[in-house]
Design a protein around this ligand. Sequence first.
Ligand SMILES: NC(=O)c1ccc[n+]([C@@H]2O[C@H](COP(=O)([O-])OP(=O)(O)OC[C@H]3O[C@@H](n4cnc5c(N)ncnc54)[C@H](O)[C@@H]3O)[C@@H](O)[C@H]2O)c1
Length: 277
Amino acid sequence: MFSPQSTVWTRVNTFRKAESIMRLQDKVCVITGAASGIGRATAERFATEGARLALNDINEVGLTEVAKQFSPEQVITRVGDVSLAATADTLVGEAARRWGSVDVLVNNAGIFLFRDPTDLTEEEWDHLMNTNLKSMWLWSRAALRYMIPQRRGSIIMLASMSAFCGQEIDGVSSFLYNITKAGALQMARSFATRYGPLGIRANAICPGHFRTNIIRHLYPTEEAIDQIFVDLGKTAPLGRPGRPEEVANAALFLASDESSYVTGHPLVVDGGVLVWQ
Ligand SMILES: NC(=O)c1ccc[n+]([C@@H]2O[C@H](COP(=O)([O-])OP(=O)(O)OC[C@H]3O[C@@H](n4cnc5c(N)ncnc54)[C@H](O)[C@@H]3O)[C@@H](O)[C@H]2O)c1
């Protein structure tokens, strides 16, 4: 065995100590789109690790439901459109005033659209771009105002495996969605370069197929949605769709100090879909 004086022994003890403390203890974490799916699972996971939560969603009923699970000391919420600067500035500012810092931002809110390039309207382009991509810049800008003077912070973009491919389902393209997700990944890389020297990290998570509400508007019943995700899951070597908490675990890694030397990285969480294609 290792002697108590050895470097390895010191390291083992450091790991043991790290295991016994919560990974986001008192970290102030801002999460957009927290009323459902991956955002909700991330809020719940972060809470179990001691985080203070500032949660946004456009869905007031859903957001209230999620926030009810936490103590009033642990959570604040702001209902509003993620693509408006006022929503971002208000919630991020409130979190900083209340708890004294902004440590983690999860740019999660997003919507999905199937539309071939020739059918897409300008209104659809603007709406999807604003909700999925402009929002990420607005919330990052709000958080960076605190992270830069702090000289620390972790920004996480919910991109997608569609950042890497021309995803389409049933012969219809998700053309513009794919573009917004490639943009999210590029934003993470650009922030990583620009703010790395200030101790701020930025990464992207690229999920595959996860059973959430993201395509609820496209299918008539919950059973139909279950079935489409079962079918999509079969395209993964792991043979099933992902569970939102499996993305939340990836977000926890990127938010915590366990990823202290990881930045500008696309963390693919897709059951292997991309390697199989
Ligand atoms: N589910 C998947 O298979 C999958 C795959 C890859 C990437 N993603 C990404 O993960 C993120 C989370 O999606 P999800 O699957 O959990 O979907 P979801 O629909 O379950 O959750 C998205 C949340 O964002 C909120 N939202 C939508 N528009 C908003 C707006 N304008 N302002 C504020 N909130 C708004 C919704 O109300 C909802 O609560 C999205 O960015 C999505 O693109 C999901």
